[in-house]
Write a protein that binds this ligand. Structure first.
Ligand SMILES: [Zn+2]
Length: 92
């Protein structure tokens, strides 16, 4: 069951950056598509990875957050491999 849930979660959460910053123009990649945000995401994901849940509910939260962070990071990696790449910070 867990691999199936993980696959569904990751397939849907991979789109999150484009939900936050829809691809409606060529310069849509801003802060939530930036190298800076990828770094923050890595730090937070590391903290979550090191967290030791005390009960089943916390384990579920940890699993969802780690899958979400990985799915988000995959989106950023794929965007970074395009000619447009990722901005360092984006504009606000
Ligand atoms: Zn994107």
């Amino acid at each position: 069951m867990k691999p199936f849930v993980g696959a569904v979660l990751s397939a849907s959460l991979t789109k999150l950056p484009d939900v936050l910053e829809p691809a409606i123009h060529p310069n849509h990649r801003q802060f939530f598509h930036s190298v800076a945000f990828a770094g923050l995401l890595g730090l937070v994901a590391h903290k979550i990875y090191r967290w030791e849940p005390k009960n089943k509910d916390d384990e579920t939260v940890r699993f969802v957050l780690l899958v979400g962070a990985a799915a988000y990071a995959i989106h950023l990696l794929l965007d970074a491999s395009t000619p447009k790449c990722l901005p360092l910070f984006g504009t606000f």
